[in-house]
Design a protein around this ligand. Structure first.
Ligand code: ATP
Length: 145
């Protein structure tokens, strides 16, 4: 369906931030962007990425929406432990979990990112990561507009 993705992100952050007990900062370069998406599925992607940011970092979580010529770009940034180059290639695989202290503590199945990627690809978009160990991670969702 045709969805205002800026409003969707605002609503999702609002409903999640309280439950997470974390500040999620929202930024956008546009007031509204209508795109054709399955809102429940894309909300699931946002939830997976925000939940990971919560699990694998302590500080501020940032969500940015940008309208680009052919795509809407959504960045979810945390300032946590980050992910090594080698692991960045594997985290989208089913059941893969980086076996650091934090991953062991938080538990999980290692399916979240595989599901998120599948959903975004089904929308004709992409899900990528940029991360530096010790500095944090940025997950980027691109959806055709
Ligand atoms: P679940 O399927 O329950 O979400 P999970 O969090 O382990 O479990 P994924 O969401 O697929 O599974 O993530 C895979 C692995 O990638 C995680 O176990 C974690 O090691 C790493 N990871 C994911 N997001 C981040 C992040 N924001 N910062 C650091 N590591 C991350």
């Amino acid at each position: 369906q045709l969805v205002d993705i800026v409003k969707m992100c605002r609503d999702t952050i609002r409903s999640i931030a309280t439950a997470f007990e974390r500040k999620i900062q929202f930024e956008t370069n546009i007031e509204e962007i209508e795109v054709t998406i399955d809102i429940e599925k894309i909300n699931q992607v946002l939830y997976i990425l925000l939940d990971n940011a919560r699990k694998y970092s302590d500080g501020l979580i940032e969500l940015t929406v940008e309208n680009l010529p052919n795509h809407v770009k959504i960045d979810i940034r945390d300032h946590g432990e980050g992910i090594s180059q080698a692991d960045q290639e594997k985290i989208f695989d089913r059941f893969y979990r980086v076996d650091h202290g934090r991953s062991r503590e938080t538990g999980g199945t290692g399916l979240g990112l595989a599901i998120a990627k599948e959903i975004v690809l089904a929308h004709g978009g992409s899900l990528t990561i940029s991360s530096e160990e010790g500095k944090g991670s940025i997950f980027t969702i691109m959806i055709p507009n």
